[in-house]
Write a new protein. Structure first.
Length: 102
């Protein structure tokens, strides 16, 4: 094996190691006062609602409000709209409430 091939093999192995570490990363967050562990750095509105409720309430009059704090800046706190997403870090806090349309 030539020196260039050796470097390529090492670079490939390091890249695979980085991918494994990134996919194995865990984020401890809080949803409605309960600790949860997730593996994605970006969470969507729907994913957060599913984390909040074992059985997600459904119906034409059911809506959800998702607020968050301690997320990645610049939007480290706020209200997440349906279809939105937020970049999290260790300790990000979510409050999810179910409301009925009136």
């Amino acid at each position: 094996m030539t020196e260039a091939q050796t470097v390529d093999v090492q670079a490939e192995a390091e890249s695979e190691g980085d991918d494994a570490r990134a996919s194995a990363r865990e984020f401890a967050i809080i949803v409605n006062g309960r600790g949860k562990v997730v593996h994605e750095k970006v969470l969507t509105f729907d994913e957060i609602v599913r984390l909040a409720f074992k059985a997600v309430p459904a119906g034409p009059d059911v809506t959800f409000t998702v607020t968050y704090s301690r997320a990645v800046k610049p939007q480290h706190e706020g209200v997440l709209s349906p279809g939105g997403k937020v970049t999290i870090k260790q300790g990000t806090i979510f409050d999810v409430t179910r409301t009925n349309k009136s």
